[in-house]
Design a protein around this ligand. Structure first.
Ligand SMILES: [Zn+2]
Length: 445
């Protein structure tokens, strides 16, 4: 196919390394990758600057958009603008915090209807597994959801109830029959109920209310259920590094178990969180610095393969900044736009390359959800690309963030790495123009 446009970059992340290339694009796909100075007749040439690196568009498999139903918390237009501004070209929307939650095909249709025509990047959907909707799982799978989310304790919203241990097994056994993925918020209810409840402004009190053991117990439960049912499970937002050996052992045993972590667990320290700063509240919580070091080790060892935002915003009032009470505030961090610079800032100080970051935030999440032609610069892949300036620093100003409500755990931090341009299907995204994002179904490329 004749290339329409060729992007020339002295630095581009291709196949796990930085190389100088000319990337030819036609009809929204990458059609050739040639040496930098190759002449590509007929194509419009876009030359990256010397301080820029060409990356694939990132894939964020953990985003709470909340529309319809809680559109004042976040919506498809604002979330996908934030995504594009942050170098993320594919998001997979979580089934809860919207009303209705995505637990039936009818609810999925409703979500798709509102997401259509207002999304600036491509959007896919997770379904939900809740008590009583076992018969809905296969129809949802056939309608194209990427898998099923469940909780093992109260989800935070009453319309998305959690599964018991036996219901988890039923869900895994059912989804194993059509080889779907079950993604689990793994904190143990009893452990948390017997911990001192969170109250007041102290972060240490909040941390004490969500002990690490809660993650370990719940993850052990998921491992046992996976072994018993032959199902495929994924641990969401791992915060507790002590659980990594459990997961590594299960993976070595051949169980189909994967795990993700999030930028806030990798870049923010419990020791540094001021009292009353509820913008840092999320569940499971941000833990101590030593724990963070060991999460990075889990990434280095390949036990943790993906970093996703768990973008979970709410309105400002729900963060209870007037009282600063960690017991009262909504838990959730809006990190969709800043994931790449936050992770890159920390990764590079730890000696990692941009290729590592792309593996964790692009290829890894794409593979997890079966979108094998995304999250990488390769021939045949979608021409979703990011022009990234890895040495440019900026101080986070919440006013420059595109998600709906002006709350950020990163306000005032200096991050390194700026997204200068994001391309979707071979064309730069303009977040002030009409949206061009597409709705995705599982199995499509
Ligand atoms: Zn989440």
């Amino acid at each position: 196919m004749t290339a329409e446009v060729v992007l020339r970059a002295r630095r581009a992340v291709v196949d796990g390394a930085e190389v100088a290339v000319a990337v030819s694009v036609a009809d929204g796909r990458i059609v050739a990758i040639d040496p930098y100075d190759t002449d590509v007749p007929g194509a419009r040439v876009v030359e990256l600057k010397d301080d820029e690196v060409l990356l694939p568009g990132l894939v964020d498999a953990h985003v709470h958009v909340n529309e319809p139903g809680r559109t004042d918390w976040e919506g498809f237009a604002s979330a996908t603008r934030a995504a594009a501004a942050g170098g993320v070209t594919t998001i997979i929307d979580m089934p809860l915090n919207s009303i209705p939650p995505t637990v039936t095909v009818a609810a999925l249709k409703e979500k798709r209807a509102v997401a259509r025509d207002q999304s600036y990047v491509d959007v896919g959907f997770w379904g939900g597994a809740v008590p009583g909707n076992l018969p809905d799982l296969r129809p949802l799978h056939e309608a194209g959801v990427f898998g099923f989310k469940c909780f093992l304790l109260h989800s935070g919203v009453d319309e998305f109830p959690h599964l018991s241990a036996s219901e988890l097994r039923e869900a895994l056994a059912e989804t194993a029959t059509f080889d779907a993925l079950v993604i689990v918020h793994a904190e143990d209810e009893q452990t948390i109920e017997s911990a001192p409840p969170p109250h007041g402004q102290g972060y240490a009190g909040f941390l004490g209310s969500r002990p690490k053991e809660a993650e370990e117990r719940a993850i052990s439960e998921v491992i046992d259920a996976t072994r018993e049912t032959g199902g495929r499970a994924h641990i969401l937002h791992l915060s507790d590094a002590d659980a990594i050996p459990l997961i590594a052992k299960a993976q070595a045993e051949g169980l189909r178990l994967s795990v993700e972590t999030c930028p806030h667990y990798l870049t923010l320290d419990a020791e540094q969180i001021p009292d009353g700063a509820t913008q840092f509240k999320c569940c499971p919580p941000i833990r101590e610095h030593d724990n963070q070091d060991r999460l990075w080790a889990g990434l280095e060892d390949g036990v943790i393969r993906t970093i996703v935002s768990d973008h979970s915003p709410c309105t400002e009032d729900l963060k209870k900044f007037d009282s600063g009470d960690f017991g009262e505030a909504w838990g959730g961090i809006a990190g969709l736009q800043l994931g790449l610079p936050a992770v890159w800032t920390e990764a590079r100080s730890r000696g990692h390359s941009l290729a590592d970051v792309v593996r964790w935030m692009g290829e890894g999440p794409a593979d997890q959800v079966g979108l094998f032609e995304r999250g990488r610069i390769s021939v045949g892949a979608t021409a979703d690309l990011v022009v990234f300036a890895p040495d440019e620093s900026f101080t986070v100003d919440v006013a420059s963030l595109r998600h709906k409500n002006p709350v950020s755990a990163y306000t005032g931090r200096t991050l390194t790495g700026a997204v200068r341009q994001t391309w979707l299907h071979g064309i730069p995204v303009d977040i002030e123009a009409d949206p061009r994002g597409r709705l995705l179904t599982r199995g499509q490329s």
